[in-house]
Write a protein that binds this ligand. Structure first.
Ligand code: PLP
Length: 390
């Protein structure tokens, strides 16, 4: 058979309890509930951390954006696809994060590929990535021409050692020192813990490196106005997707004027891709305005997260974090799937996260607590998990 690995690999995936399947959510209004095959579930797997998806004001802005600019950009940004809606959104983001420049991408995955590919022009670029960095960062880095090193998760000593080695190597060589980029997620997607942002920024400064943070899971949730990692330190380049707490779609990258100019001229993902929907850009402006002023959404996540950790059986290993994400490490794939199925019977949707998304023997339930959950939901969740894991 042509491409016979296709059947073989899928069969193997099933045998390893790693098989993945699409499930169609037929809920009319996305919220804390989802409907699958006619049955309703309380959703604890959504990335709609602030509960902004389907917000009436954002929907209204989407309609207004569609009426003013159209749904489709109709070309790439450099041809005729760059609308006032995009420019206004970029300006809002620059003000929010206090950054000179911003560039929009169709997705966070594309933005990560774009950045690493653009900066990894040749072997004189050295990338230092946290070992738990997202697949799109890893793919971006390894598909570039840069030299890539991975430091142990959140381990500043290991990072410093790698940087020192490379600095010493550079002193012995007559050629110019390498250009260095330290990269990490701001909040890690699979366990919700935060990067040591301040320390990373200090290390970057002392080694004349740039710091790149993927704030997919921090934006909106972390910081007094939801600025994410930029609330804590000066970050050279930030990427954040708009498809999680922001509740729309696409991604942005903030940086200085020089890098912005370079990406506009050389980033293949930016140049050869249709600009994001101007209607969505317009709706995103409204979402960001709500994120900045509605502090109660972040406060609710903290309160409900504290309640959840208090109600869970103390024997259950829960990773406590400041974010919406709380991981319960189960270990074995099959066991994680069984617990997830048991919870479904109780009307709770909690996807089991398995390898290769996480390391072997670290399959987990990734609980996301969102601003549209309430105390009753959390009590019920804790009660069901306590029973399912007992
Ligand atoms: C850390 C991280 N970076 C990037 C992405 C990709 O973002 P998007 O969904 O906008 O492609 C994700 C999404 O899953 C993510 O978790």
């Amino acid at each position: 058979m042509n491409f016979d690995f296709i059947r073989h690999d899928v069969k193997e995936q099933k045998a390893k309890s790693r098989y993945r399947q699409l499930v169609c959510n037929s809920t009319a209004s996305q919220g804390k509930e989802i409907v699958v095959n006619g049955k309703s579930y309380l959703n604890f797997s959504s990335n709609d951390y602030l509960g902004l998806n389907n917000h009436v004001e954002i929907n209204k802005a989407l309609q207004e954006g569609a009426d003013k600019f159209g749904v489709c950009a109709s070309s790439s940004s450099l041809v005729t696809g760059y609308h006032y809606a995009h420019q206004a959104l970029e300006d809002d983001i620059c003000q929010w994060l206090n950054k000179p420049k911003c560039l929009l991408f169709s997705s966070g995955f594309a933005a990560n590929l774009a950045l690493f590919q653009a900066l990894g022009k040749n072997e004189e670029s050295h990338f230092y990535l946290d070992k738990l960095s997202h697949a799109s960062m890893i793919d971006g880095a390894y598909h570039s021409k840069a030299r890539v090193k991975r430091f142990n998760h959140n381990n500043i000593d290991h990072l410093t050692k790698l940087l020192n080695n490379s600095d010493e190597g550079a002193t012995d060589s007559p050629s110019k020192p390498p250009s260095k980029l330290i990269a990490s997620e701001g909040v890690f997607s699979m366990d919700g813990c935060q990067a040591k942002v301040l320390e990373l920024a200090q290390v970057a400064k002392s080694h004349q490196a740039w710091l790149y943070l993927d704030d997919a899971h921090s934006i909106g949730v972390i910081g007094n106005e939801g600025q994410g990692s930029n609330y804590f330190a000066e970050i050279d380049i930030t990427m954040a997707t708009m498809g999680k707490a922001i509740g729309t779609s696409g991604a942005f990258l903030t940086c200085d004027e020089d890098l912005h100019e370079y990406l506009v001229n050389f980033s293949r993902h930016y140049i050869y891709s249709t600009a994001i929907s101007p209607a969505i850009a317009w709706a995103t402006r409204k979402s960001i305005a709500l994120i900045q002023k509605e502090h109660w959404r972040r406060e609710k996540i903290s309160e409900l997260s504290a309640l959840f950790s208090e109600l869970l059986n103390p024997e259950i290993e829960l990773v406590i974090t400041q974010s919406s994400i709380h991981a319960i490490i189960i270990g074995d794939e099959k066991k994680a799937l069984n617990i997830s199925d048991e919870l479904k019977k109780q009307g709770i949707w909690l996807t089991a996260i398995r390898p290769p998304t996480v390391a072997t023997n670290s399959s987990r339930l990734r609980v996301t607590i969102c601003a549209n959950h309430n105390t009753k939901d959390i009590k019920y969740l804790a009660e069901c998990i306590n029973k399912a894991i007992a």
